[in-house]
Write a protein that binds this ligand. Structure first.
Ligand code: FNR
Length: 185
């Protein structure tokens, strides 16, 4: 049996019709042979409280999330920008799986970031704040091409399919992610 390389996809938006999720769905179909994708839920994680490492005990959702991340070979983040940064749900998920101290399950996993916005700045602030956190979490991140998807609502059709030009760009992005992952295998 061939061992597939597992990419976890974390979507920074919890919204049902999220543009980020629609982009992520498009990206799944661009993965080369040998990969499997798994969407990782973050909306169910209680807000991080350091007392969960003490008196309060560990929430079951934390244990399950940490085990899911641990089992991944790489992580793709597709996120909107909230007030020029990453959404709180995404930061919460990053914090949860970074603890307990010294037991972060993010460390060493190759990552890639796609930011999107209906606006023209394409989530630049969110993209770079996330990049900063991932650097601290010791995750090698795809540097080029950078993926800023602006005016996202104009790029998706009514079935959530991205136009040809954007798909072609994201294919080149995915190919670089593939190269990065192979470097660390
Ligand atoms: C936004 N939005 C937004 N857009 C942007 O380009 N820069 C920003 O700083 C913000 N700030 C922001 C804050 C909050 C609280 C919300 C709810 C929204 C707009 C955002 O890009 C838009 O709602 C996207 O559609 C969100 O992505 P999803 O949910 O479609 O994936």
């Amino acid at each position: 049996m061939i061992n597939l390389t597992k990419i976890g996809i974390i979507v920074g938006s919890l919204r049902k019709n999220s543009f980020s999720k629609q982009i992520a769905d498009n990206v799944v179909s661009l993965l080369p042979a040998g990969y499997e994708a798994e969407f990782v839920e973050i909306g169910n994680l209680p807000l991080f409280n350091q007392d969960y490492e003490g008196d309060l005990g560990t929430p079951a959702e934390y244990t399950s999330f940490r085990n899911t991340i641990k089992a991944l070979d790489a992580v793709l983040f597709v996120t909107p920008e909230y007030n020029r940064s990453i959404p709180a749900a995404l930061k919460n998920a990053l914090d949860v799986a970074s603890r307990p101290y010294g037991e972060s399950v993010w460390s060493g996993k190759p990552a890639a970031i796609i930011s999107q916005s209906p606006g023209a700045l394409a989530g630049f602030g969110s993209n770079h704040h996330l990049r900063q956190v991932l650097t601290f979490l010791n995750m090698p991140v795809v540097q080029q091409p950078e993926a800023y998807i602006g005016s996202v609502h104009e790029l998706l059709d009514e079935n959530g399919k991205l136009n040809g030009e954007t798909t072609q760009f994201l294919q080149s992005f995915v190919n670089e992610f593939d190269h990065l992952i192979k470097k660390y295998q």
